[in-house]
Design a protein around this ligand. Structure first.
Ligand code: SAM
Ligand code: SF4
Ligand code: SF4
Length: 356
């Protein structure tokens, strides 16, 4: 009996991943669309969070990217415009610490006319100074990372001379400027800050800001991740719920990364992002543009796809579109679904470079 050969279908209808893009919505090998773009605007940061840029690795010997290697605002805006034409609906600026890239509001002003949802993730240390001009340039919302409320724990985590009060000042300035609702991200690592879970919930209940707990992940290859250090989201919800009863809330949209929980007494909501214990790869529609202009189709990738040489080599938008389509057509990433202690040891690209 002859075996029936079923052709692999790349994208919608395409039988070759390298066929020129025909304008049809992109769809990867697992039928996932391309919807979200994360842009890393710098690989540098003024913090040295132990789970992201540990100081023993990211010290004065570390080779950060030279200025000439990083995409200009005009180059970033061009790639973003091409991607929006191919289906991207949400753009998030990140890094590294995006607010240490000089004049970031000028990039926001170039991206705002694209008409997508436009947000930014920051450690908050420079937010109070910049919130108003970012809003005026067209930024819609911010997510601020804050892992503890007491300065001792905070300093042990970020290894930088920034107080909790300064970050909270950034959060309040962002809300006052209209970059709301502000989301507050807390990465939870056992023994590092899990004693702060309920204090954080208490502090932000009823504030109008949305606190979200993120499971500690094995990003990059320098943060010494072990499964034992992960505090499962189910435990976070249980610990908060014992103090302040919670009920599950419906997702805002299909594929929302955070699972929502609402306080029964009307004190607002929290979110939990269970990247380790409940992987959400099957809905992952994110692409990342690294600081130096490579595309990454997964946070845990070991390599990217160079676009900068095309851009600086004079390629037109059509050539960029064909390259992006061929990258997305081939995409099969589902790292969090197949994570093991062995994969955690792979030499993955650092999160500060690829964009968190
Ligand atoms: N510097 C900005 C900040 O900290 O918000 C933006 C970049 S940072 C890489 C983006 C997000 O990734 C932050 O909320 C940070 O807490 C989170 N993150 C970094 N390393 C992580 C890890 N190992 N596990 C889970 N989340 C992590
Ligand atoms: Fe910097 Fe953000 Fe990484 Fe902390 S998590 S080291 S603030 S990039
Ligand atoms: Fe997406 Fe990769 Fe994260 Fe899965 S592991 S959700 S594919 S970025």
């Amino acid at each position: 009996m002859t075996e029936k050969v079923i052709p692999i279908r790349y994208g919608r209808g395409a039988t070759s991943p390298d066929a020129p893009w025909d304008g049809a919505p992109l769809s990867d090998t697992l039928s996932r669309p391309l919807r979200d773009l994360r842009i890393s605007v710098t690989d540098r940061c003024n913090f040295r969070c132990v789970y992201c840029m540990p100081r023993e690795v990211f010290n004065s010997d570390y080779a950060f990217l030279p200025h000439a290697a990083i995409l200009t605002f005009e180059e970033i805006a061009r790639v973003a415009g091409v991607l929006v034409g191919m289906g991207v609906k949400k753009i998030r600026l990140t890094g590294g610490e995006p607010l240490i890239r000089k004049d970031l509001h000028k990039l926001v002003a170039l991206l705002a006319p694209l008409g997508t949802d436009l947000t930014l993730t920051t450690n908050g240390s420079a937010l109070a100074r910049q919130a108003r001009r970012l809003k005026d340039a067209g930024l819609q919302r911010v997510t601020v990372s804050l892992d503890a409320l007491d300065d001792d724990t905070f300093h042990r985590i970020n290894d930088a001379d920034v107080s909790v009060a300064r970050v909270i000042g950034g959060i309040e300035a962002a809300a006052a400027a209209g970059l709301a609702p502000v989301k507050i991200n807390m990465v939870v690592k056992r023994g590092m800050n899990d004693h702060q879970i309920v204090d954080m919930a208490r502090r932000w209940r009823g504030s109008g800001h949305i606190l979200r707990f993120i499971e500690f992940m094995d990003v990059g290859s320098t943060n010494g991740w072990r499964m034992d250090d992960v505090v499962p989201s189910a435990e976070v919800v249980r610990r908060i719920g014992e103090q302040f009863p919670l009920e599950p809330a419906d997702p805002n949209y299909t594929g929302e990364v955070a699972e929502r929980w609402r306080y029964l007494d009307g004190g607002g909501e929290i979110g939990v992002i269970s990247s380790v214990t409940q992987a959400f790869c099957s809905d992952c529609s994110r692409i990342r543009l690294s600081t130096e202009g490579s595309l990454f189709t997964c946070l845990f990738a070991t390599s990217g796809h160079d676009l900068k040489s095309l851009i600086r080599g004079g390629a037109g938008d059509g050539a960029l579109r064909d390259r992006i389509a061929s990258v997305w057509n081939r995409r099969a990433d589902r790292y969090s679904e197949i994570r093991t202690a062995e994969t955690a040891r792979l030499r993955k690209v650092e999160m500060s470079y690829i964009g968190g």
